[in-house]
Design a protein around this ligand. Structure first.
Ligand code: HEM
Ligand code: FPP
Length: 305
């Protein structure tokens, strides 16, 4: 049945405009901000695994391979999440919800990046690094994105298993495939860091997630429970981060950075329990989580033993 006049105009307005994407739109699928930060974590793992002396060929190939696998995870996450991203103000302008990039293109690019990155790591680094990358990719693109994010408040914590894999990829690359206790302590620091990194953002975007039907912790259990969990994970992360010094895997400079910034992180998390300005506090904590991440990665590079 032909549709004429205002109804036709309204229909045209509701469909995502079929605009052909530029190369920037395709690149945006890879979430370069998060991917770059994951490479920073990979470098930290590399230097820790190699006790400060990784070979440059290993560094370059590991970073290219890990970048491809993380970009693959982000692109596949965009492909799967396009139905919910269109319903959240923060993500509705992305390339897939706006129709700038076709879903099948994102799927093909995501799968190709993942396959190429895994082959690079397996063929030119080592099988342990490739295995860590494969686990991270499956955990992020499938377990977190397809399954957990839509069904449980535990998605953030379990998604943290994926987010803690890049430093382990780096550690495996730097150590010739050996994942000793220090490797798992590095993994644990990044694992414990992620809830205090993301949950403040989830608080800020609680109405977005409620509108999209995503059961993030603040949507289901409210701000108070979320603030307590932020405090618990931060309180666990600080002493675990100091274990690297106790294991003689990192030196005094690292110890001072982890101690001072860890105490500041902890104090800011405690402040959340008493603040009247929840969203202002959440904004500041999210931003500080990135400062802490950067400082810890730099300290691991500067002062491995
Ligand atoms: C459970 C795991 C994680 C969740 C749920 C999460 C979630 C998010 C979200 C929703 C944003 C805002 C992005 C936007 O608005 O477009 C963000 C930003 C960011 N995340 Fe995470 N993240 C996680 C793990 C990580 C990890 C492991 C890293 C790095 C090692 C990281 C680094 C960053 C950075 C640097 C930004 C700011 C840059 C940007 O917005 O692109 N995140 N995160
Ligand atoms: C080896 C490998 C692939 C490791 C994964 C590293 C990585 C990208 C970790 C971040 C994990 C994560 C849950 C991001 C947020 O996705 P989201 O869907 O909650 O964010 P969005 O709402 O902004 O899309």
């Amino acid at each position: 049945m032909a549709v004429h006049g205002t109804a036709a105009k309204r229909l045209r307005r509701e469909e995502p405009q079929q605009r052909h994407g530029t190369w920037r739109d395709y690149i945006s699928l890879m979430k370069l901000g998060i991917t770059t930060a994951n490479l920073m974590a990979t470098v930290a793992g590399l230097w820790m695994g190699a006790h400060g002396h990784p070979g440059w060929k290993t560094v370059v190939i590991t970073l290219i391979g890990t970048a491809m696998v993380v970009a693959s995870g982000a692109t596949l996450n965009n492909f799967v999440d396009r139905d919910i991203d269109v319903r959240m103000q923060r993500t509705s302008g992305r390339a897939l919800p706006t129709g700038k990039v076709q879903p099948v293109s994102a799927l093909v690019i995501g799968l190709a990046l993942g396959a190429a990155g895994l082959v690079l790591l397996a063929g030119w680094v080592n099988s342990t690094a490739a295995a860590c990358a494969f686990v991270g990719l499956v955990m992020y693109a499938y377990v977190y994105t397809v399954w957990l994010k839509r069904t449980t408040t535990l998605s953030t914590v379990l998604g943290g298993l994926a987010g803690a894999m890049p430093p382990l990829i780096g550690y495996a690359a730097g150590s010739g495939g050996r994942l000793n206790l220090a490797a798992w302590v590095v993994f644990s620091v990044f694992f414990l860091w992620q809830p205090p990194h993301f949950l403040p953002l989830a608080m800020k975007r609680v109405e977005d997630y409620r509108a999209a039907g995503i059961p993030m912790l603040p949507v289901v259990r409210g701000y108070t429970e979320t603030k307590w969990q932020i405090l618990v994970y931060t309180a666990a992360m600080v002493p675990v981060s100091l274990l690297l010094y106790a294991l003689q895997a990192a030196g005094v400079i690292y110890l001072l950075v982890a101690l001072v910034l860890g105490v500041i992180f902890l104090w800011r998390a405690v402040q959340g329990l008493f603040t009247k300005d929840d969203l202002g506090w959440a904004n500041r904590l999210f931003r500080f989580s990135l400062v802490y991440l950067t400082a810890i990665c730099v300290a691991m590079v500067v002062n491995p033993l």
